[in-house]
Design a protein around this ligand. Structure first.
Ligand code: URA
Length: 341
């Protein structure tokens, strides 16, 4: 094989790996090219790639790592990941040398590999051109007014106290998406204000941010009805999600954050149409209409599974988000939930 061919092959592989790291699983290839590629002998072993650059400059974090409320009163139905008795395999990936030498193997981040999907995710329409700040506010106000009077799901419109539209900074660089309001959110009209919300707030503070710095919304704007129950929760139905997600897509059209976090499997399904388990998908960058999207466990899951290893997984996902946004990360933050040496 000629050097030129090996170089080209290396460049193509590097390009595909970069796409995959961004959550792109499929690329169009003509039948002729595919046949030609399939006929080529395997490339020789490639030189090891240089490590990814280390995290951006650090500043001391004021916030404490998110602590957890006692188990037993989680808001909402059982979380989507499997029970603690069947933990997901946890494969560390190499950290940049500068970090690994300081923190050792235990500090390593989760694997970036994207699990194979049985079917390609639905095509995503591109985002519209971004709006100027004043136009953004007007568009969001208008959207909120429309959403607050939505009665597309008659059963939810009749059972809700209020529509839980979304909260936070409409110019935010980071957006969190959850599943649906629970009883607390339905009463207060704001997402994530119950027990899971308190934990999400602590997670945001641990990132060195506040709730006012980010935008928080849900796949469903109304609390899924649980007839005869004032508390409790249920997963939104496919019909409810299909009916309601256009509100969220339009919120994202307006905000156009630089990164998003999908909290739990329902958020991933609503945003990407992927029903792969969150256990497999978490920690792997996906793309929502060009926006990098990090799937992670729903805070309600962590309320039930308080093992440090589970907290660490979510924290590593958030560290990856901080890196993506070039937010400062200090040594203390890097070490949250690591076993004591
Ligand atoms: N769980 C969610 O997914 N969203 C909320 O707003 C509250 C709890």
């Amino acid at each position: 094989m000629s050097d030129a061919y090996v170089q080209l092959l290396d460049a193509a592989i590097a390009h595909c790996e970069a796409l995959r790291a961004d959550g792109i699983e499929f690329v169009p290839v003509s039948a002729a090219t595919f046949a030609e590629l399939s006929a080529r002998p395997a490339a020789p072993a490639r030189a090891t790639r240089p490590p990814v650059s280390a995290a951006p400059a650090t500043r001391p974090a004021e916030a404490k790592p998110f602590a957890f409320v006692p188990a037993g009163t989680p808001d909402g139905r059982p979380a989507t990941p499997p029970p603690a008795s069947s933990p997901a395999p946890y494969t560390p990936r190499p950290l940049p040398a500068s970090v690994a030498s300081r923190w050792g193997q235990a500090a390593q981040l989760p694997s970036p590999s994207v699990p194979k999907s049985s079917a390609p995710a639905p095509a995503q329409p591109p985002l519209p051109p971004p709006l100027a700040p004043a136009a953004k506010q007007a568009a969001m106000d208008e959207l909120r007014t429309q959403a607050l009077s939505c009665i597309k799901c008659a059963h939810l419109a009749s059972s809700r106290t209020t529509v839980v539209f979304g909260v936070g900074e409409i110019h935010a660089r980071l957006m969190f998406v959850g599943e649906a309001p629970g009883a607390d959110e339905d009463r207060q009209g704001e997402p994530f204000v119950g027990k899971a919300g308190e934990l999400l707030t602590k997670m945001i503070l641990a990132m060195g941010l506040t709730r006012a710095d980010v935008y928080i919304a849900n796949i469903l704007k109304c609390r899924p009805d649980t007839p005869g129950q004032t508390a409790g929760n249920r997963k939104p139905t496919a019909d409810e999600m299909t009916t309601c997600t256009p509100w969220l897509h339009r919120q994202i059209d307006i905000i156009q954050p630089a990164a998003m976090v999908a909290l739990g499997a329902t958020a991933v399904e609503g945003l990407l149409g992927k029903t792969i388990g969150i256990t497999k998908l978490r920690g792997t960058w996906q793309t929502y209409r060009g926006i990098p999207l990090m799937p992670t466990y729903h805070p309600a899951y962590l309320l039930r599974n308080q093992a440090p290893a589970e907290k660490r997984k979510v924290w590593e996902d958030l560290l990856a988000v901080m890196e993506k946004l070039a937010l400062p990360i200090n040594a203390k933050q890097r070490a949250y939930f690591l076993p004591k040496p």
